[in-house]
Design a protein around this ligand. Structure first.
Ligand SMILES: NC(=O)c1ccc[n+]([C@@H]2O[C@H](COP(=O)([O-])OP(=O)(O)OC[C@H]3O[C@@H](n4cnc5c(N)ncnc54)[C@H](OP(=O)(O)O)[C@@H]3O)[C@@H](O)[C@H]2O)c1
Length: 229
């Protein structure tokens, strides 16, 4: 598959590496431009592109940038993309630690709904609740005992199916979580957040989450990260 990635840091870099290893044609962009990506791209067998060219690069586009940076993406980014490109949002909103406060999210809009609104294009939420290190090191073939499961949320069944296949390719058990409006179940600090669970345990953790606690979960997660720094 042809896959574009915006962001070449921890998550974008790992996904580019793993997807290129799997034989996908990967194009990668960051904020500093193609030259800064030459060494990484050559090492992993990807193509450095500009941010505006990334959505045109394929069937899937992965947004692997901090939430606050989504608002800085060029307007009409998707104007010349394929009309069926599946956009993956793997971001997590961290108001205190990184992103600053975004009123709409603080008032209750879900992280990925805000991202979709900013870019003017529907998104699939995936990979936000797995650490880059797990993504790099813990993928195993289908059928392996103890395989870690990753859940995916979104409204387009075609786009979601493509992302579920990608999860499986990367060595993780794909779990269809449902529509984007339910994607709060894997936002920061929820029981299903970054715990490397098997499928049954992941489904239980997603079901256990309490919508009234979204802000509390996030604050608890930011406190945990702060303590670990
Ligand atoms: N790290 C994890 O384990 C992990 C796990 C799950 C989810 N997440 C979430 O995934 C997102 C990315 O995290 P990360 O850890 O990969 O971050 P990171 O290592 O800081 O990398 C961020 C990348 O975004 C690029 N970027 C920033 N602003 C941009 C812009 N305006 N246009 C284009 N590219 C831009 C940066 O470009 P430059 O390289 O040019 O600076 C960099 O390549 C965050 O929302 C994070 O919360 C992270």
């Amino acid at each position: 598959m042809r896959i574009g990635i915006i962001g070449s840091g921890s998550m974008g870099g790992v996904l580019a590496r793993r997807l290129a290893e799997l034989g996908h044609q990967v194009s990668i962009a960051n904020s500093r431009g193609g030259e800064s990506l030459t060494a990484l791209a050559a090492e992993i067998g990807a193509t450095p592109v500009s941010v505006v060219d990334a959505p045109r690069a394929g069937e899937i586009l992965i947004l692997a940038i901090p939430t606050k940076a989504v608002a800085e993406l060029p307007r009409r980014l998707f104007a010349s993309a394929r009309s069926d490109v599946a956009v993956i949002d793997l971001g997590n909103y961290h108001p205190e630690l990184r992103d600053g406060h975004i009123d709409a999210i603080d008032r209750g809009m879900l992280d990925s709904q805000w991202v979709a609104q900013q870019i003017g294009y529907p998104v699939i939420k995936a990979f936000n609740n797995v650490l880059a290190k797990s993504l790099l090191e813990k993928g195993v073939p289908r059928g392996t005992r103890g395989r870690i499961a990753l859940s995916v949320y979104g409204d387009s069944s075609d786009a979601k199916a493509a992302v579920l296949r990608l999860v499986d390719d990367l060595g993780f058990e794909p779990v269809d979580g449902g529509v984007l409006d339910d994607s709060w179940r894997q936002q920061p600090g929820t029981p299903a957040y970054c715990r490397d669970l098997e499928a049954a345990a992941l489904r239980r953790a997603l079901a256990e989450a309490d919508r009234s606690r979204i802000a509390e979960y996030r604050a608890e997660q930011e406190a945990r990260i702060r303590r670990s720094l």
